[in-house]
Write a protein that binds this ligand. Structure first.
Ligand code: PRP
Ligand code: ZN
Ligand code: MG
Length: 219
């Protein structure tokens, strides 16, 4: 039998990938990039990095396939619209800040959320947007898109979009303006619902302390 190893689910590529690896290195873990692209071994601890799409991280952690995960709060909120997210979150990580915003074409005479009533809104975040619309008492049709949401108004697929905004460059390049803040996001460390195997408890506690230390020192 091989020794048990702790698993941390991280984004393979994209918005949070580099900073997630920096956090892991900052915690003193030596990452061995091996032949296996899905799994990176940590040389000096019984830990593996499970490198997956960010959309898969909430499920992997909730199912206990990985004991910990580093994921955007936006992804977590979309995936578990009715869950107690605070119970899953170990700590906020202070990087990967972005916002989920409603945006409309520059020429739209946007007067406030009521403008959206009866309109079509394209998004990759149907659950988060749906909840926001509900709190504003707005009935709109949500058009779910996996990507390239910003082209939807030009393609006449939707009147507005609800998408992540970081620098604002994507909106500007597509002739749109942000109107409403739907969700503030940053990277968070999430944990599986069950405690790690007893043999791994020490490694797990050590890791949480170190992540806490790195996050505190980088502010
Ligand atoms: C998000 C979003 C926009 C872009 C916004 O996409 O969908 O395309 O970032 O960032 P900006 O305000 O700095 O231009 P992301 O890169 O996360 O990838 P995705 O579209 O594949 O989800
Ligand atoms: Zn998902
Ligand atoms: Mg994009």
């Amino acid at each position: 039998m091989s020794e048990p190893r702790l698993r941390i689910a991280v984004q393979k590529s994209g918005r949070l990938a580099d900073r997630s690896l920096e956090l892991i290195s900052g915690a003193g873990l030596r990452v061995m990039k091996g032949a296996n692209e899905l799994l990176y071994r940590i040389e000096n601890q019984p830990i593996d990095l499970l490198r997956v799409r960010d959309d898969d991280i909430p499920t992997f952690v909730a199912d206990g396939v990985a004991e910990l995960g580093i994921v955007g709060y936006n992804v977590l909120a979309e995936h578990f619209p009715d869950a107690d997210l605070e119970a899953m979150i170990v700590q906020r990580l202070g990087f990967g800040s972005c916002t989920l915003k409603v945006a409309v074409p520059n020429e739209a005479d946007y007067t406030g959320p009521q403008w959206l009533d009866g309109k079509r809104i394209a998004t990759s975040y149907p659950n988060v947007l749906g909840a926001w619309l509900k709190t504003h008492g707005i009935t709109a049709e949500i058009v779910e898109m996996r990507g390239a949401v910003e082209v939807a108004p030009r393609m006449k697929i939707a009147h507005a979009i609800c998408d992540l905004v970081s620098t604002g460059a994507t909106l500007e390049a597509n002739g749109m303006k942000a109107t409403d803040l739907v969700l503030k996001s940053e990277a968070v460390l999430v944990k599986a619902p069950h405690a790690p195997a007893p043999e791994l408890a020490h490694t797990y506690d050590m890791l949480l302390r170190r992540f806490d230390g790195v996050t505190a020192s980088t502010g």
